[in-house]
Design a protein around this ligand. Structure first.
Ligand SMILES: Cc1cc2nc3c(=O)[nH]c(=O)nc-3n(C[C@H](O)[C@H](O)[C@H](O)COP(=O)(O)OP(=O)(O)OC[C@H]3O[C@@H](n4cnc5c(N)ncnc54)[C@H](O)[C@@H]3O)c2cc1C
Length: 404
């Protein structure tokens, strides 16, 4: 298949780059490894600066895609290798079977009869899904898929489907693409919090990560949007632990740029549901760049939010509560707070797995080279607005190569 521009990754950066380039008249092919588009943003409850649900923004992108015939996309697709050079790249892409075709109306009859409960990655295992399921009520494409890591091929779903939409025999395909330029927008994954021994993740059930908090607060999440402890208690007090693994040479030496803002945002989620809850934010220094300073000032004005400047030394469990210990670097005092839940502000780590033809730096972020242009968090940690800008710039560079 010949295109002019290939975009790898269908998160906010990949979607932006693909749509911008296709709307100028270039043939664009987008490949996304998940069975849905939208990337990490689709997993957020709300996103700053406007604190609107992510689907407000994503829906506009999906609408633009539908009216752009120059843009073709594949989900469940992964790039295997890239050969050639600027202006003439040959790319091998693996299309993994979805087992559910376009006839699917998302009626859900298949899900009802599926006997297999499986961990739900989209919700970070906070709930289960069926082996045939849909990632979320806003998924694009809005179509079921079978997770073949768990499906036992019992065929119940095939019998239940009135639309002849399921084929358990569908096989993997390899396609060859020829493109002039490639935008790499493979984004990020959350840093593995089990590596942070002193912070209790995986040991104490009420220590969660910031992305788990996003799912917990989401209407389409595991609790229908109610923030509660893992044993179903209301929140009277909560601690956010900043730089959990970030700016630490033993973990992620860099700053992930958005974690302070994410915790400030999540403090507002808690406040909406619990007007009197005590909220503690332990930080090294708060990074609220540009106009986000106003947002920081607004959150800080809440008298039940206490900001403690100190790196958390440990999180322990005592009598059913969590105890967070840090040294306040302003006073030199040891500070301890007893809370119902701890949220670790874990950073963003590059998601890209090695692809022959793509080079990465010492942290795993994608390095630009002629004809290969990184965009969004694949290039460096950034928020959504910056990812959009970076992707628009990448689209322009990709177009320049395609025109030559
Ligand atoms: C807790 C938390 C809260 C946040 N809240 C906000 C907020 O409120 N506002 C804000 O502006 N920012 C927020 N951010 C940052 C925001 O999530 C990122 O800016 C955004 O996700 C960047 O989009 P992206 O497209 O670069 O990457 P991603 O969202 O990671 O998308 C990358 C896509 O590429 C796909 N992919 C990966 N590898 C491959 C491959 N090999 N082949 C094909 N596809 C691949 C992935 O499946 C994914 O769909 C938050 C971050 C965190 C950690």
């Amino acid at each position: 298949m010949a295109g002019e521009i290939l975009v790898i990754g269908g998160g906010i950066a990949g979607l932006t780059a693909a749509i911008e380039a296709a709307e100028t008249g270039y043939d664009v092919i987008l490949v996304e490894k998940n069975p849905y588009l939208g990337g990490r943003v689709s997993q957020l409850n709300k996103y700053f600066p406007k604190l609107c649900p992510p689907f407000c923004g994503l829906e506009i992108f999906f609408k633009r895609m539908k009216s752009t015939p120059k843009l073709k996309y594949f989900t469940n697709a992964e790039v295997l290798e890239i050969r050639g050079e600027e202006g003439n790249f040959n790319v091998k892409v693996k299309l993994k079977p979805r087992y559910v075709n376009e006839n699917c109306t998302a009626c859900g009859a298949c899900r009802e009869v599926c006997p297999v409960e499986a961990p739900d990655d989209y919700n970070f295992g906070l709930k289960t899904k069926k082996a045939i399921d849909i990632p979320s009520i806003m998924a694009m494409p809005f179509r079921y898929y079978i997770d073949d890591r768990y499906c036992n091929k019992c065929g119940e779903c095939v019998s239940a489907c009135k639309y002849n939409a399921i084929n358990l025999e569908e096989e993997e395909k390899i396609i060859d693409l020829n493109v002039a330029s490639i935008i790499v927008a493979t984004g990020w994954k959350p840093y593995d919090a089990t590596k942070l021994d002193n912070l209790g993740y995986g040991k104490f059930k009420n220590v969660i990560t910031n992305m788990e908090m996003e799912r917990l607060a989401s209407l389409n999440g595991p609790t229908g949007g109610k923030i509660q402890t893992m044993d179903g208690r209301d929140i009277e007090s909560i601690a956010f632990v900043q730089c959990a693994g970030s700016r630490d040479e033993n973990h992620l030496p860099y700053c992930s740029a958005v974690c302070c803002l994410a915790s400030l945002k999540q403090a507002t989620y808690v406040r909406e549901q619990y007007p009197d809850a005590k909220i503690y934010i332990f930080y090294i220094d708060i990074r609220a760049f540009g106009r986000y300073e106003d947002f920081f000032a607004k959150v800080k004005a809440d008298e039940n939010i206490e900001l403690i400047k100190g790196k958390v030394a440990k999180v322990e469990e005592k009598d059913g509560k969590l105890v967070v210990t840090a040294e306040d670097t302003l006073t030199g005092e040891k500070e301890q707070r007893e809370v119902d839940m701890v949220v670790l502000a874990t950073g963003m780590q590059p998601a890209i797995e090695p692809i022959p033809g793509i080079e990465v730096d010492e942290y795993g972020f994608v390095k630009p080279k002629p004809g290969i242009i990184p965009a969004g968090v694949a290039a460096m940690p950034m928020d959504v607005a910056s990812a959009n800008e970076s992707a628009t710039g990448a689209a322009l560079k990709a177009i320049q190569v395609a025109r030559r």
